[in-house]
Every structure is written in C-alpha cells, then in structure tokens.
Design a protein around this ligand. Structure first.
Ligand SMILES: Cc1cc2nc3c(=O)[nH]c(=O)nc-3n(C[C@H](O)[C@H](O)[C@H](O)COP(=O)(O)OP(=O)(O)OC[C@H]3O[C@@H](n4cnc5c(N)ncnc54)[C@H](O)[C@@H]3O)c2cc1C
Length: 440
C-alpha cells in the first residue's frame, strides 16, 4: 500500500488495464471504495467502439443497475421487439418461424435489447471519473517487486507501482500472458461479419419481420435485427477454409465476400443483403479455460482476459460486469475484516471459476450436436434438426444468473467458516490454559 500520506491510512493502489466493459465497470465500482486509489490504463488513443451491435442481456442490465449507470442508456437508442421475444429462429429458405424465445419471467426493465456497442460504452463511460483514465497507455511490462507490489511499464515510458493489478485487457491480455506465459490463443477458424444497412430500407422488404432473428440454412446462418435510429444489423459467423488467414479485428470486407453464401436463402433475404452499406470482419480467437483467474497474491483477471470465449452466448459484457461486481465486493470484504487482499481474491476466484467452467461445458455440448446435423440431408430437414438440437436448449440461466445472491452466499459461508476457526482456536487455547497448572 502507498505510504504517501501519514495522517490517513495508506490507500490500496489499483491499476486496471483496459477500458472495455470490464475496465470501465471496474473504474466505476472501485471508485466507490474510499480505501482505494484506482487508475485505468487504456492503449487506445480515444475510446470508440467498433463492431456494430451488441445484445444487452438481463444480467448486463442488472449490473448496470447495481453500478448506478442504467439510466445513462437512452431507451431511444435500444431495439426491443414489440412482442417481447428475445430471439426468433426461422428457416432461411422459407421464412417459417421455428422457434421464438420469450422472456416471460424477465422484469420489463431487464428485457433483452439490441443496440450499437457504443451505447453501452457511453453509458459506462459517463459513470467513470475521467481523471482516473489514462489513454494511449499500452502496458508492456509487469514485474513483481519483493514487497509484493507490481511495477508496471507502458509503451510511452510511463511507469506505475500498484498493490493490486486487474487485467481487463481483453482477449489478447498482456496481464494474462504475465500470469500464464504458456497460455495460447487459437484462431477458431471462424470470422464474424458485421454489416450495417438503413433500417427503413430493410423493413420495407415484404417478409422481413421487425424482430431479432436467426435465419438458418444447413451450413450457414444469418442474424438480423434493428438497432433503432434507422440502423439495421446483418451479422454472421462464417467458418473459413483452412487456407484462409485470420484477419485483423474490424477490417473492411466486401458485401460479395459476405453474402454469396446465402444464395440459397429466400428472395427476401437476398434483398436484405443487397441493401448492405458496409461490412466489417472480425477473426475470432479463443483459448483454454483458466483454472484460476487470480495469481501472485494480487492479480485478478476479469472480462475476456479471464475467459477467452470469442463472444459465445452474446453476453460477454454482462459476464465482465459480473466479474467486476464480485471482485470489488471481494476486495472490500477482505479490507473490512482486516484480511489480506489475497483472501478476497480467493473468494472472487471461488465464485467466478465454476461459472466459466459451466460455460465451457455448454460450448462442448454445442460441438457434439454439430455432428448429428452433418448426418441429415435436405435444407428444411437439416434446419429443423439444427434449431431443435442446438438452439432449443436452455442456457437461459446464464442471463438470469443472480450474481448478487451467489456472492452473498459465498461471503456468508466464508464468514461462518472463519468464525468457526476462530471459535475452535480460542476453545483450544482455553483448554491448553486449563491443562497448564497455575495458568488461571
Ligand atoms: C463477434 C462478437 C460478438 C459479441 N456480441 C456480444 C453481445 O451481443 N453482447 C455482449 O454482451 N457481448 C458480446 N460479445 C463479447 C463482448 O464484446 C466482450 O465479452 C466484451 O467486450 C469484453 O469486455 P472486456 O472489457 O473484457 O474486453 P474488451 O472489450 O476487449 O476491452 C479490452 C480493452 O483493453 C485494451 N487493452 C488491450 N491490451 C492492452 C494493453 N496492453 N494495455 C492497455 N490497454 C489494453 C483494449 O484496447 C480494449 O479497450 C461479442 C464478442 C464478439 C467477438
């Protein structure tokens, strides 16, 4: 801890690396702890979100509410279908509706919404004390000092020394590389395409509903939805051939290289593709699950740095904010009890690692169901199998996950365990005293 001020207790110096959803959330929540001095380092020169649309799921809304930034989102910047569905699945050839996922138990405040990614980023950014955010600061070196503190060096020569290092630096995390030098990311052989069009152009096409829709074919699928403010998104994850090199994040693509796969889809969808104004592509990387998301006594990994899942489940921002919730409560928990911060980090790890393990398990199940799809023939038959096997499962609990409750129970259990240890050691002490003649 820093020793700059002799009149008040030294503050816990925290560096958060990265200002994506995880880093911005951490900036908001750590700033609420009076015993903390937090700074956020971001490599980008300015904060601007690329990548078109994002799903704001129930768990993401819940965290925005807890962090006090829910109302920073203007409802005019969100798309929510009028009938309240979260997502629909249709046959890409016939347009037939095969499955519509409702949200009947979701509080209206937390209904799934689609928006431009910048909407979420701006909402978080408005809650951040900008004096704590240093841009153009790419972390290049981490050294743990004999004191246990961390020396940080940035590309521009800036240095810092902190007591707690939070890696919120995304899928290519430098902090994770420091913790796990052998951890390797792998291109998953799939590239995400994100195309934008004018919503008015799309919604005037007969047969295109104003919904959040997956359009399925036997081998490919399209995702379409309104993002409001006359912006419409058309997206897909496209498996690449072995000889295709992964492209850099957010590279421009041509409409043709994106849309040729969907020639077997309905004429209405052909018209949608013709209206595209711009397309970008994003190579997807993932890596093995981490057995621990803490290290060195005072490093914590949050967001994509802690679980390189390549955007699976469309709720990575929500998972990142849940990480922030637990981490900040765990640090406060340790501080309030006069325990080392590492004890708090252990609790953070205990809550988050099994949660991510459950997600990796779901993904393993997905790859198994791919096998049965390959064995079927015919467009419509294959599509029915795909929707039934792969999309009618229930991983909806991920979005309903109540991280506050999980944290509360974990904390209570640990408090009870510590109280029992304390009680045992004091009764042991008094037994020892009773056994030593003349000790009373
Ligand atoms: C195709 C796709 C679709 C997705 N769709 C959704 C969706 O619909 N809903 C949803 O919730 N999530 C979605 N996700 C996931 C979501 O984008 C991520 O989970 C989320 O952005 C993770 O936030 P983060 O802060 O951990 O990482 P990031 O958003 O990646 O932010 C990391 C930040 O760290 C900075 N940084 C990196 N290295 C350094 C360094 N050395 N020094 C300083 N700064 C550094 C980066 O510049 C960046 O700003 C999707 C992801 C993909 C790939």
């Amino acid at each position: 801890m820093s020793t700059t001020n002799t009149s008040s207790p030294p503050k816990l110096r925290i560096a958060v690396i990265g200002a994506g959803p995880a880093g911005l959330g951490a900036a908001i929540e750590f700033a609420k702890l009076p015993f903390v001095d937090v700074r956020v380092y971001e490599q980008a020169r300015e904060l601007r979100e690329i990548g078109a649309g994002i799903s704001i799921q129930q768990n993401t809304w819940r965290m925005l509410d807890v962090f006090g930034v829910y109302d920073n989102v203007d409802p005019k910047d969100l798309f929510r279908p009028v009938d309240g569905h979260a997502v629909q699945h249709r046959n890409g050839r016939t347009g037939e509706l095969l499955l519509s996922k409702g949200q009947k138990d979701t509080p209206p405040r937390y209904l799934h919404a689609r928006a431009l990614r910048s909407v979420l980023q701006k909402a978080l950014l408005r809650g951040v004390d900008k004096s704590k955010l240093r841009l153009s600061s790419r972390l290049v070196e981490v050294v743990q000092l004999p004191s246990g503190a961390f020396f940080l060096r940035f590309e521009d020569g800036h240095t810092d020394e902190v007591d707690l290092l939070v890696g919120a630096d995304g899928v290519r995390s430098v902090v994770r590389q420091f913790v796990y030098p052998d951890h390797r990311l792998k291109y998953i052989g799939t590239t995400a395409y994100r195309a934008l069009a004018d919503a008015r152009d799309i919604l005037s096409i007969p047969g295109i509903p104003d919904s959040v829709t997956f359009w399925h074919g036997p081998a490919d699928r399209l995702y379409t939805c309104n993002l409001n403010n006359n912006v419409y998104e058309i997206a897909a994850r496209v498996p690449q051939t072995d000889d295709t090199a992964p492209v850099s994040w957010g590279q421009d693509a041509s409409v043709e290289e994106f849309s040729w796969r969907y020639r077997v889809f309905s004429p209405a969808l052909q018209s949608v593709l013709e209206k595209i104004k711009e397309v970008k592509k994003f190579a997807l990387f993932s890596g093995p699950r981490l057995s621990r998301v803490i290290s060195h006594g005072s490093i914590a990994l949050i967001g994509d740095a802690s679980h390189p899942l390549s955007g699976a489940f469309g709720a990575g921002a929500g998972f990142a904010l849940e990480d922030v919730y637990v981490l900040t409560r765990a640090v406060k928990w340790a501080h309030d009890r006069g325990l080392p911060i590492s004890d708090g980090l252990e609790l953070f790890d205990r809550v988050r690692v099994p949660h991510y393990a459950a997600m990796y398990e779901i993904l393993d199940g997905y790859s198994k169901s791919d096998v049965s799809v390959k064995e079927t023939d015919g467009f419509d038959e294959a599509v029915s199998v795909i929707v039934a096997n792969k999309w009618d499962d229930d991983h909806g609990w991920l979005y309903r996950y109540d991280v506050e409750e999980v944290w509360r129970k974990t904390q209570e259990a640990e408090d009870a365990r510590l109280a029992e240890v304390e009680q045992r050691s004091s009764s042991l002490l008094s037994t020892e005293r009773d056994l030593i003649p003349g000790s009373r």
